[in-house]
Write a protein that binds this ligand. Structure first.
Ligand code: NIG
Ligand code: FE
Length: 400
């Protein structure tokens, strides 16, 4: 069995509570991580590090679990830079541009879509992301949704069927028929390639009745539930998600007290956080020039919060988790520690994964070494390429 020691780590974020400094980040000083094959085998003080076949010297820098980006839309063609420019000149974001991307995606070849997905996964990896969820949702036909998920499943286990992204133009005057298509043949074709089902529950997309119908049949087909909710305005999405036991409700930009109470009420009995995670996507607020969600309110109510990129060509064309961490700290009143936890362990919670977002024996050897002495620099030095080394499944990916 081949082994690799990541040695001389000045500050290690483990996300193992009760270890290291006792904080949720489980911070250790002067640490080392032993990797055997694709798993972490040992974590401890560098001076007690076991021998290994190979060694990476972190040179006293900080290291942390690879980012877990639990919300991304990577299967698409074309871009919407002109729409972004129009927004920056004062146009509002309505989600209507989704149909532009649907047209381009339907017209694209499998290889064109595959190239884009792989390019974006690589781009994310170079910024420290080692787990990335990928949604369909720009095909919106049985064949196009199935192929989007097939291509996504080539590069990620975390694939999400989002046939209910918007009602496509050809169904504009008969949305019930489209929901019937999503619940029937489209779900059947998509489910073999999907782990999750998602609905854009929003005015102008799908209402609560449609969302409930789609998510319920998705659940019956064995898919886990997640939801785009309360992005553009208040609505029933967050409470519906909690009611259905969703792993995550995403965006959460416009919440009332009942939404926050519902999320807080999904707390697990063991005190480990809420069953339904609130995933915040500050790249979308940045790119649509919208007010940011109030992370402090959620955290203070005891809600488990994740951060993700929402990488997509319309509302958030960034694959950078460090950028989202910096936004969350500067604009959403999260502490750097809360933001880094949310981008790693929080993302893992949102995907119901216990093997990523954490560095302890048995976990996946997904780890990032920074060009910085502390994780604090992720927010303190925004826009700076701080990712020096990424290990994914124990394999070194890049060195800058
Ligand atoms: O999460 N809100 C719905 N879906 C995406 C936007 C997609 C687009 O504009 O193309 C989102 O922001
Ligand atoms: Fe999204």
């Amino acid at each position: 069995m081949s082994s690799l020691l990541v040695d001389n780590i000045g500050e290690l974020v483990t996300n193992v509570p009760g270890t290291g400094d006792g904080s949720p980040l489980g911070l250790r000083r002067d640490a080392a991580v032993l990797v055997e094959e694709e798993r972490v085998a040992w974590v401890g003080p560098a001076r007690y590090a076991p021998a290994a076949d190979r060694r990476i010297d972190a040179g006293g820098a900080a290291a942390l679990p690879g980012f877990v980006d639990s919300h991304a839309h990577l299967v698409f063609a074309g871009d919407r830079a002109a729409e972004f420019a129009a927004r920056m000149a004062g146009q509002p974001y309505t989600g209507g541009g989704i149909r532009t991307t649907v047209g381009a995606t339907r017209a694209a070849s499998d290889d064109t879509l595959r190239t884009t997905v792989r390019r974006l996964v690589g781009e994310a990896m170079r910024q420290g992301t080692t787990t990335i969820e990928i949604k369909s949702g720009y095909g919106l036909t049985v064949a196009d949704e199935a192929r989007s998920l097939r291509i996504a499943a080539e590069v990620s286990d975390e694939t999400t069927f989002l046939g209910a992204h918007v009602v496509p133009t050809e169904y504009a005057d008969r949305p019930d028929d489209y929901v019937g298509l999503v619940c029937g043949p489209m779900l059947a074709a998509a489910a073999p390639y999907a782990r999750w089902v998602d609905v854009f529950c929003e005015r102008g997309a799908f209402d609560a009745d449609h969302a409930r119908a789609i998510l319920t049949v998705g659940q019956a087909a064995g898919l886990g539930v997640r939801l785009h909710a309360n992005q553009l305005g208040p609505g029933p999405g967050v409470r519906l998600g909690v009611e259905l036991g969703a792993a995550s409700v995403d965006h959460c930009t416009h919440l009332d007290d009942a939404d926050v109470a519902a999320l807080a009420g999904s707390a697990a009995a063991d005190g480990s956080g809420t069953t339904t995670v609130a995933t915040l996507l500050p790249g979308a607020e940045f790119s649509t020039r919208s007010p940011y969600p109030d992370a402090r309110r959620l955290l203070d109510a005891g809600v488990t919060v994740a951060l993700a990129t929402d990488c997509n060509p319309g509302s958030s064309y960034t694959s950078s988790m460090p950028f989202c961490v910096a936004l969350a700290v500067r604009e959403m009143r999260m502490t750097p520690a809360e933001a880094v936890w949310a981008a790693t362990a929080g993302g893992a919670r949102a995907l119901r994964r216990t093997d990523v977002g954490v560095l302890r024996p048995g976990a996946r050897a997904d780890l990032t070494v920074l060009d910085a002495p502390s994780y604090l620099h992720l927010a303190y030095r925004p826009g700076v390429p701080l990712i020096r080394q990424v290990l994914h499944n124990g394999v070194p990916q890049c060195r800058s």
